[in-house]
Design a protein around this ligand. Structure first.
Ligand code: BYC
Length: 483
């Protein structure tokens, strides 16, 4: 391998078959390997990406450079012709490993032999989520509530595809034959396929309607943010630089989720006020989504996403940290010795039928800590949502369920915890579960509202228009052209 492929430029070379800022043209073997993977990626996109979209022209943003203003490039694109590429934030020659046993060493430009399989596993797990989310969302375009929303869905899908490219670049460039095999396997697993599923549980769930999509981009994409932030601290510098650029894309996805749910809430509250309604079935009668159903979707998506942090107590997480591979959220802003060797962290567990706090070694509790950091940000978003019913004089408030509610991974797995944090028997939990989680009836109702609204400036009845359009354009702009 040449040194050249490790340098990055601010601007992206779009003259290349694979746009990049890693000087791919000077690493012929890597370029050939990625050019070989490219048609397989396109086959995957055409087979499992958004259905019936190959002729649509979508008003998309494309990165032209990795500096702050590099994003300001918008234009119509046919999605299969989107220029997926490889973009890393530029290298800081002075960067160090900032935590763990190797703290103070120069950040690694090649994979340290002792961490090769662990790093590959982390990169594959991250990479696997990206195509999975596209697969989960492939049918949503058929029931979009507006052109504005349709465009946002496609922007998210396109960028998840690019995030796959980001991880595949690392696999090809740094992991040789094993990496190439893993890159192929990333295109072979399928969300929800019982024989060859995606790696992490939440990525095998269905995203079958737009309320689920907004919840997913609010809750699950934000797990993406926190995991990427932890990887952006990595001592393996190419991983840190790749994930830093991915984070700039992730911000829009979370905006789509937070504003999407807010617009659903806004519409429901408007209808409740105008018709003086509180009864959920009457609210539904007006063709909007009742607040109780929205709460059940919150309960589902939050709890499923908490599972993505892994077990609260994890020796994997401890060795990722001591090895300098995966840091804490905002690691370099934390004022401590970045070793955690003698620190402790409070973790909840169930003891004799009650939830108790236990001090655990901070190193093994890193998944719990990252999850708690995530919950703080989620809680702030929920509080912003709650200003909407408050403004309408409606007493209902969205709440986050207890971290033990509906969990399949970690300390709460196998227990039956109510949203308000009581440990119940299986029978009692099951008696109430349809009050807490979306039922088949909820899915059927929400599904019944989903139509296809594609007249510029028009919105489905169950959601309000956004406050403003994309790239300062009017809301009635033709964000997707069907001709
Ligand atoms: N489902 O010690 P444990 C995103 C496995 S989202 C299935 O508890 P660990 C995005 C685990 O792999 C962010 N399996 O946990 C969002 C391990 O298996 P092995 C994705 C699970 O390892 C929206 C075993 O159980 N990025 O970007 O400390 C749209 C014991 O593991 C699950 C990452 O996750 C689960 N939920 O932590 C698009 C970052 N949880 O290895 C994209 C990379 C655990 O013994 N991944 N297991 O066979 C990681 O850092 C870690 O793998 C995890 C798990 C945090 C996921």
């Amino acid at each position: 391998m040449t040194e050249i492929a490790e340098t990055t430029q601010q601007s992206i070379d779009y003259a290349q078959r694979i746009p990049n800022n890693v000087d791919l043209a000077n690493d012929r073997a890597l370029q050939r390997a990625l050019e070989h993977w490219q048609p397989a990626f396109l086959n995957w996109w055409n087979e499992t990406g958004p259905v019936n979209t190959s002729t649509l022209q979508v008003y998309l943003r494309t990165a032209v450079s990795v500096d702050r203003d590099g994003w300001a490039n918008f234009g119509y694109v046919r999605m299969p012709e989107y220029r997926w590429g490889i973009f890393l934030t530029p290298r800081d020659e002075n960067r160090k490993v900032n935590f763990g046993d190797h703290k103070g060493e120069a950040a690694w430009q090649e994979v340290p032999g002792e961490y090769r399989s662990t790093l590959r596993r982390i990169i594959v797990t991250q990479g696997d989520t990206e195509p999975a989310s596209v697969e989960q969302q492939k049918l949503l375009g058929a029931t979009c509530p507006s052109l504005y929303d349709l465009r946002n869905l496609f922007q998210v899908n396109i960028e998840e595809g690019r995030h796959l490219w980001a991880m595949v670049y690392l696999l090809h460039r740094y992991f040789g034959r094993d990496g190439r095999e893993e890159a192929e396997a990333l295109l072979q697993r399928r969300s929800g396929d019982p024989n060859n599923p995606r790696i992490l549980t939440a990525f095998n769930e269905k995203t079958s309607n737009w309320l689920a999509f907004f919840m997913f981009t609010f809750f699950t994409d934000r797990d993406g943010k926190f995991q990427l932030c932890a990887l952006a601290e990595s001592g393996f510098d190419p991983l840190a630089r790749t994930t830093r650029f991915m984070l700039t894309e992730e911000a829009h996805h979370m905006f789509v989720g937070e504003s999407g749910v807010a617009r659903v809430l806004q519409r429901t509250c408007e209808v409740m006020r105008d018709h003086k309604l509180t009864d959920p079935s009457q609210v539904r009668g007006q063709g909007v989504i009742d607040l109780e159903t929205i709460q059940r979707f919150v309960n589902f998506h939050y709890s499923v996403t908490l599972d993505l942090y892994g077990s609260e107590i994890s020796s994997n997480a401890a060795s990722f940290y001591t090895g300098g591979l995966k840091g804490r959220y905002d690691e370099t802003k934390i004022n401590d010795n970045h070793s955690l060797a003698s620190d402790s962290y409070a973790v909840q567990e169930i003891e004799n039928g009650r939830i108790v706090d236990r001090q655990a070694p901070a190193l093994t509790a890193l998944n719990a800590r990252l999850r708690d950091d995530y919950t703080k940000e989620i809680q702030a978003g929920v509080e912003r949502w709650n200003r909407i019913p408050e403004k309408f004089g409606i007493s209902f408030r969205i709440t986050l369920p207890h971290a033990g509610f509906h969990r399949k991974i970690g300390n709460f797995a196998g227990h039956y915890v109510s949203p308000d944090g009581r440990v119940l028997s299986k029978e009692e939990w099951e008696r109430h579960s349809s009050e807490w989680l979306p039922s088949d009836d909820d899915h059927a109702f929400v599904g019944s509202l989903m139509g296809r609204v594609i007249e510029p400036g028009k919105f489905a009845n169950w959601i309000t228009p956004p406050a403003r359009g994309i790239n300062n354009l009017p809301i009635e702009f033709e964000y997707v052209r069907f001709s």
